[in-house]
Design a protein. Structure first.
Length: 115
C-alpha cells in the first residue's frame, strides 16, 4: 500500500521560506513521477511542481523562480523548497505520486503566509 506523508508546513510571514517534505513508502520511488499540488479554500486543486523519475522538474508559472522541487531516491523523499512566499501561496499542499496507472495522494500539509 502506497503511503505519502507530508511535513514541513506552517505559518510564515510574507517573504519567508518553508521546505516541505514528502516521505513515500510502498512504491518503487525511483520510478515514480512525484509532484506537489495545492488547494486553497474555494479553489480547485492545482499543480505546483513535479519532478520526473529522471529528475527533470516542471513548475507552474506562478512559482517559477521561487519554488524548487527536488528528490532523494535513497530516502524515498521529495522536497519542495518555497522562497519568497506570498499570502496567495496559502493553501493545503499535497504530495502526489504517479507510477504507471497508479496515482496516490498524501493527506496534505497546511501552509499559511501572513501579510
Amino acid at each position: 500500500q502506497v503511503q505519502l506523508v507530508e511535513s514541513g508546513g506552517g505559518l510564515v510571514q510574507a517573504g519567508g521560506s518553508l521546505r516541505l517534505s514528502c516521505a513515500a513508502s510502498g512504491i518503487i520511488f525511483r520510478g515514480a513521477t512525484m509532484g506537489w499540488y495545492r488547494q486553497a479554500p474555494g479553489n480547485q486543486r492545482e499543480s505546483v511542481a513535479e519532478i520526473s523519475s529522471f529528475g527533470a522538474p516542471n513548475y507552474a508559472d506562478f512559482v517559477k523562480g521561487r519554488f524548487t522541487i527536488s528528490r532523494d531516491n535513497a530516502k524515498n523523499t521529495v522536497y519542495l523548497q518555497m522562497n519568497s512566499l506570498e499570502p496567495e501561496d496559502t493553501a493545503v499542499y499535497y504530495c502526489h505520486s504517479h507510477l504507471g496507472p497508479n496515482n496516490n495522494w498524501g493527506q496534505g500539509t497546511q501552509v499559511t503566509v501572513s501579510s
